[in-house]
Design a protein around this ligand. Structure first.
Ligand code: C2O
Ligand code: CU
Ligand code: CU
Length: 510
């Protein structure tokens, strides 16, 4: 259950080390997944890239089973790939945080050990546990203390994640490294589906960073960064700058999380080939969608099939965030650009193009896999035709204040009481100049309609969602129903600077 770190004193020669790694990962030739924070190991790993390939091998998170697991969160140092050791908050000594993988129906039993200098509580984003297991900030524990979680996994198979939910500290904690994938598997659901095998599964946490002159990430959410959220010009994928993955000419399944504090990605391939979208926040969609790009706001997840068939050894392509614009954003001439001033403005804006991860094709395969024609049926979703009432939530950012319905978060107040089991229509209204990825705990909702702005619901918003992007000028209507538990949960913006500075409210399910 616990991982065995790669032994740096191992007598493997580099050649056999490369071979073993390649075998262990079935052709995804990347850095050994269990790198320790020891810098010499990391530079060893860099040597694994073939000659002539620049960049740093994509790290894979260690995988742990969250059943009777202790998860230690502590300060440490980490090299993002360019050789600079910088201070981070590490979960079990790793960046990215370990990937927790569990089967539907199994007990999730985990004790979080808070060994950082702040209060801390972990939230299982997308799961629907009882409220004292959900990571509400009122349960944050002091440095040196532990918090025990114990609940059954009832979720559909899918890509979920975990992160800090400490009051006013979520942005800093996430930026400094606390945040990992939480994968729920359900063999019954995928039986007979020709999905890529486990060794062609790529867990990807996409983030952006601002590096100081010394190469150390900085987090100073002040001035304009307080309003638009904290963004940086550098892409970090699984805690790796300039990340490179060696892949076979085959179909891969990428499980992608936007783990940024504020940056939205428009995911596309540099070679113009489409993505096959198969899943989002709440698991598989009703069918696969072939799309030129997919937008992914902070905290949203998608699963896409990346088709590298037909490419040959030496070919390469980049998973990019493509340029985009929206009213009030980078290209729209809104206040964002003006406030930054100077030549730095672009790098800190939404919509700026960014190279995320470079793929190099290596080797050949007799088993390249296939794209999908169909997906398992969706479970029943809340039906807007059965809604018993409507509610409206206004997300506003003005004068350095982020509010919902005019109010800043009060941990002890209950603004909204929702009857258990009843379907409602909620409208999220963005009357500000900044995007708001709106997130609801304790259930999944169905996006019914988008008015204003982009004016439509996109395929990556079909199915079951827990986070939906509401751009300036948009009103997004969702059908909501709480069927898991009664208790005190949260609705908030997942722009972490917005969340930390008030754009959150308690939701009591009664
Ligand atoms: Cu991912 Cu309340 O958060
Ligand atoms: Cu959540
Ligand atoms: Cu927001």
């Amino acid at each position: 259950m616990k991982h065995n770190p790669v032994d740096p004193t191992s007598s493997w020669t580099r050649r056999s080390f490369i071979k073993k790694t390649a075998v262990a990962t079935g052709g995804l030739v990347v850095a050994p997944p269990l790198l320790s924070a020891c810098s010499s190991l990391i530079s060893d790993a860099v040597a694994l890239l073939p000659e002539g390939v620049d960049g740093h091998p994509l790290r894979l998170p260690p995988e742990l089973t969250p059943t009777d697991l202790r998860l230690r969160v502590a300060p440490g140092t980490w090299d993002l790939g360019r050789g600079t050791l910088s201070p981070h908050l590490l979960v079990e000594g790793h960046l990215p945080s370990p990937c927790l993988r569990i089967r539907k129906g199994e007990p999730f039993r985990l004790t979080m050990e808070n060994r950082i200098d702040d209060p801390l509580i972990l939230h299982w984003h997308g799961l629907t546990p009882p409220d004292d297991m959900d990571g509400h900030p009122r349960f944050a524990v002091a440095p040196g203390e532990d918090y025990a979680y114990d609940f059954p996994i009832v979720e559909r198979a899918g890509t979920y994640w975990y992160h800090s939910h400490a009051h006013h500290l979520t942005g800093r904690h996430t930026y400094q490294g606390i945040g990992g994938l939480l994968i729920v598997e359900d063999p019954d659901e995928v039986r007979g589906l020709p999905l890529p095998p486990a060794e062609r599964e790529l867990p990807l946490i996409l983030q952006d960073r601002r590096l100081g002159p010394d190469g150390i990430p900085v987090y100073e959410p002040v001035g304009p960064s307080m309003m638009q959220g904290f963004m940086g010009p550098e892409a970090v994928v699984n805690g790796t700058l300039d990340a490179v993955a060696m892949v076979e000419p085959a179909v891969y399944r990428a499980r992608i999380l936007n783990g940024s504090n504020a940056r939205i990605f428009r995911l596309g391939r540099s070679d113009g080939r489409p993505l096959q979208l198969i899943a989002n926040d709440g698991g598989f969609l009703d069918q696969p969608y072939t799309l030129p790009w997919v937008d992914l706001a902070p905290a949203e997840r998608v699963e896409v099939l990346l088709d590298f068939r037909g490419l040959s050894e030496g070919d390469s392509l980049i998973l990019q965030s493509l340029e985009f614009s929206f009213p009030g954003g980078m290209m729209g001439g809104g206040m964002g650009g003006g406030m930054m001033g100077g030549g730095m403005a672009d790098a800190y804006q939404q919509g700026r193009p960014l190279d995320l991860l470079r793929f190099h094709i290596q080797g050949t395969t007799t088993n390249p896999g296939t794209l999908l024609d169909a997906l398992p049926p969706l479970p029943e979703q809340p039906d807007p035709a059965h809604a018993l009432r409507e509610r409206r939530f206004d997300f506003s950012s003005r004068m350095m204040m982020h509010t919902i319905n005019g109010k800043s978060y009060d941990m002890d107040a209950v603004e909204t009481e929702v009857p258990f089991g009843e379907t409602e229509i909620w409208t999220f209204v963005n009357d500000s100049n900044y995007p708001h990825p709106v997130h609801l705990h304790a259930t999944h909702f169905r996006v019914v309609e988008r008015r204003g702005g982009r004016g439509e619901v996109f395929p990556w918003e079909y199915g079951l969602k827990d986070t939906v992007l509401v751009l300036p000028g948009e009103q997004v209507r969702v059908a909501v129903r709480f069927t898991a538990h009664r208790g005190l949960y949260l609705l908030h913006c997942h722009n972490l600077e917005h969340e930390d500075h008030g754009m959150m409210q308690n939701i009591l399910v009664v």
